[in-house]
Each structure stands twice: as structure tokens, then as C-alpha cells.
Design a protein around this ligand. Sequence first.
Ligand SMILES: C[S@@+](CC[C@H](N)C(=O)[O-])C[C@H]1O[C@@H](n2cnc3c(N)ncnc32)[C@H](O)[C@@H]1O
Length: 216
Amino acid sequence: MSDQTIGQPKILGVGIYMPVYDVAADLIGLGRNFQAKVYRLLQPQRGEIVLDVASGTGTFAILAKSVEPKLTIMGVEPDTKIISVANKKANRKKLDIKFIASTAQDMPFPTNSFDAVNSSLAFHHMSTTDKRAALKEIWRVLKPGGRFLLSDFGKSKSFWLKTSIRFGELLGFESMNCAKDNLEGRIPDLISEAKFSVETVASRHRGVEFWLCTKS
Ligand SMILES: C[S@@+](CC[C@H](N)C(=O)[O-])C[C@H]1O[C@@H](n2cnc3c(N)ncnc32)[C@H](O)[C@@H]1O
């Protein structure tokens, strides 16, 4: 295991891509405007305790804490280099956000800890086994009645989306074959298997679907 990683997820950026991640995400429409949509759909409320799973460079957590300072928000992310980028961004804005080194499959939180959990653009990086483990773990850490917004690529036959993901796999910033569950439409079944009730909220955005899941 590398000292930069915990577990074996395909890490975003592996060094050279990371400095341009935020710029690239904005350019392809999956950056700050996209996160603003995610925020509106999750609707974090003042006083709530919220977790961002696979928090990346911290864009969602920083947006949420800036809009609602009375929120407690933390992120989990396995790549410590990316965590240091997120920490720098949060410190620049003087925001109190904890980014913790962990995979989604095994999180260091007690059961029933969070009012809401967010995860965007991360599940297509995980194997089917890891997706199942992550969903089970998210269910565990959510309070009863808590909500989980999963935003990631949905069922698609789009040549361009498939080609972009394949290209990303070859360049090493996508995980080989992990997006298949997404593109073949299996994410809602995996969510239901984890005992969540799930509904699709909002229209697709650049191939990304928004599943609002409840721990009932
Ligand atoms: C495309 S980035 C998305 C980051 C952020 N959520 C966003 O929407 O900008 C995918 C992130 O998932 C993280 N990741 C990959 N596998 C993971 C896992 N098993 N558990 C937690 N995070 C994971 C990567 O390190 C990376 O930061």
C-alpha cells in the first residue's frame, strides 16, 4: 500500500492531474455549478451534521459550509494529497471543515452519526464489491430517517460518455471497468439492496443522475 492511499481505490489525479482537477471540472460542467445543484438537492439545514463521502478537493464541503456556517460538515477521502488540497482551500476561506483519510467502505464514525450524507462522482471509481460495502457503510453512519444524495453517471449508451470514461481509464484517472455498473443502470438496484428507499430527483446533468436515498 502506498503511503498516500488507504485501501486500494483508484485515486483521482495521481499527482499530475490533481492541480488541474478543479479547473477541468468547471470546464466540463462538473465543478462549482454542478456542486451548487447538489447542494440544492441535499438541502443541508443549519445545525445538521453532514458527511461528504469521497470529498476530493473539498468543493462541495466548502460550498456547503460557506452557504450555511451553522452546519457541521466533514469529508472522507482516501487520497491524502487531495486532502491537503482540500485543506488549503478551506483554510484560505477560514472554514472549519475536517477532511479525514478513509475509504467509503470502512469509515471511522459511530453508527447513526449523520443527518445527511453526500457523495458525488465517486461511485463510478469503485468496484461492485466496494460500491456495496460503501452503501452499507453509509447506511450505518446515517441517523434513522437520514438522507443520502448520490450523484453519479447513470444508465447510458452515449458514445461520448463511454469514450470519455475509456479515455480516462487509459490515462489512469478512471478505474478500469468500474463505471459499468453505472452505465448499465445497476446503481438503483445496488442502492435498494442496501435497504435505502430511493428516488431520482432532478434531471440529468452531463450524464449524471441524482438519487436521493432515505434510511427508513
Ligand atoms: C472524480 S473525484 C470526485 C470528487 C468530489 N466528490 C467531486 O464531486 O468533485 C472521485 C473521488 O473519489 C475518491 N475515491 C475513489 N475511490 C474511493 C473510495 N473507495 N472511497 C472513498 N473515496 C474514493 C477519489 O480519491 C476521488 O477524490
